[in-house]
Design a protein around this ligand. Structure first.
Ligand code: FAD
Length: 373
């Protein structure tokens, strides 16, 4: 029997694997992708996420990401701009996740790539490489459900479709995006546009199923609709798409927070998106994933039970997830969008305040042993 098995080698899984290895309990981590892959994500790495990475002994600076210290909110011809209360980094998940898995392996974790977990029954895992028995299971499969441990996502916002495409933009767009994340509100959705390493721009957007259906369920039609937004059209006018087709995802359960129940398996620890899903605009999903990886690793190393860990994680992140989910609902209505731009136009500092209020709070980070500057 393997003492601890981690399912999923995204940020939550890699963080927990590194910390368990540091604690002298190196786990086995199973990742279904055989090689580094692009992931749908805005790739906005918050300061909290950076602090978590630093606490793992991981130098994110060497990945050459793009610093981001300002935010511009755009709706139609109107826009408002503010300083962020921190400097974020734009870095691709392909590069970040692969480097972090290598870091976990160097710390002593056993990483098996190309192995998919198909079902969980207590400590028995059915995998593409055969059965595995585990004393403790850390579930970090992100957006993907694993049979036998699916999330209860009733009441969440799951009617959105996500798209991501990379672009090589022209010099004017590059200059306008330097140091900036732009959030473009449009009918039925919003899009984030920012630079990542290598000067590439990441366009990551969410649109309601209803709006996408009205556009004939077609990316080209959606993109053409986006190009009627004046500022977005300026940014992407001469841009070259870099992926053969955009990455897409649907059914992400925004607002989900795992409620521990007495029927939960005692040794199943949910991490990252399997524990809670914050709306994407907050740019804090990666930080929550890393935070959960840290708390879970400490709990497992200390012999604590899963219920205690889940209650602690919930206490740290539930308020932020609820607030961000409420703001996301407001942002999708036409009135909500106009109100947001109007209010923020008068008091731009509000943008920074919203960015601050939807993050893992400082006391929770300090309790988890992080040095926050
Ligand atoms: C549209 C969109 C935009 C976003 N933008 C941002 C942003 O800008 N900033 C931010 O901080 N957050 C953002 N997020 C959220 C962020 O991407 C997630 O919260 C974060 O990736 C969760 O990390 P994780 O480790 O839980 O899961 P993931 O990073 O998804 O990793 C899960 C891993 O598990 C593997 N896996 C899945 N199933 C199995 C299986 N059965 N067996 C083995 N392996 C498996 C997958 O291959 C994957 O590598 C965004 C999310 C979306 C949907």
């Amino acid at each position: 029997m393997t003492e601890t098995v981690i399912i999923g080698g995204g940020l939550a899984g890699a963080a927990a694997a590194t910390l368990l290895a540091h604690a002298g309990k190196p786990p086995l981590l199973l990742e279904r992708d055989a090689a580094p892959a692009d992931k749908i994500c805005g790739e906005f790495l918050s300061t909290e996420a950076q602090a978590h990475l630093a606490a793992l002994g991981f130098d994110v600076g060497r990945l050459g990401g793009a610093p981001i210290s300002r935010i511009r909110l755009v709706a139609g011809a109107r826009s408002a701009e503010a300083a962020l209360p921190f400097t974020a980094i734009g870095v691709s998940r392909r590069v970040l996740d692969a480097a972090l898995l290598d870091h976990a392996a160097a710390a002593g974790a056993e990483i098996q790539r190309g192995v998919s977990v198909r079902g969980i029954d207590g400590g028995s895992l059915a995998t593409s490489a055969g059965p595995v028995n585990a004393g403790t299971v850390l579930l970090a499969s992100g957006k993907h459900e694993v049979r036998g441990a699916a999330r209860d996502t009733k009441g969440t916002i799951d009617d959105l479709i996500g798209f991501k495409q990379y672009f090589r933009v022209d010099a004017a767009a590059h200059a306008a995006l330097a140091g900036m994340i732009e959030v473009h509100l449009f009918d039925g959705g919003y899009a984030g546009l920012q630079l990542i390493e290598g000067g590439v721009a990441n366009l990551c957007l969410l649109v309601t199923r209803a709006r996408f259906a009205a556009l004939g369920r077609n990316w080209d039609a959606l993109f053409a609709a986006l190009m009627t937004e004046p500022l977005l059209a300026r940014r992407l006018a001469d841009a070259q798409p870099l992926l053969p087709k955009p990455l897409t995802i649907s059914g992400v359960p925004y607002g989900f927070i795992h409620h521990a129940s007495p029927t939960d398996p005692a040794r199943l620890f949910r991490m990252g998106d399997q524990a809670g899903v914050i709306p994407s605009f907050s740019g804090d999903g990666m930080s929550i994933a890393l935070h959960s990886g840290r708390l879970a690793a400490h709990a497992v190393a200390a012999g604590a039970d899963a219920a205690t860990y889940h209650a602690r994680l919930r206490g740290d992140v539930a308020r932020q997830i609820r607030l961000a989910t409420w703001l996301q609902r407001a942002g999708f209505s036409g009135i909500g969008q106009r109100l947001m731009i109007g209010v923020i136009g008068i008091a731009p500092a509000l943008l920074g305040a919203i960015a601050g209020a939807t993050r893992v709070p400082e006391p929770a980070l300090k309790r988890a042993g992080l040095a926050i500057s």
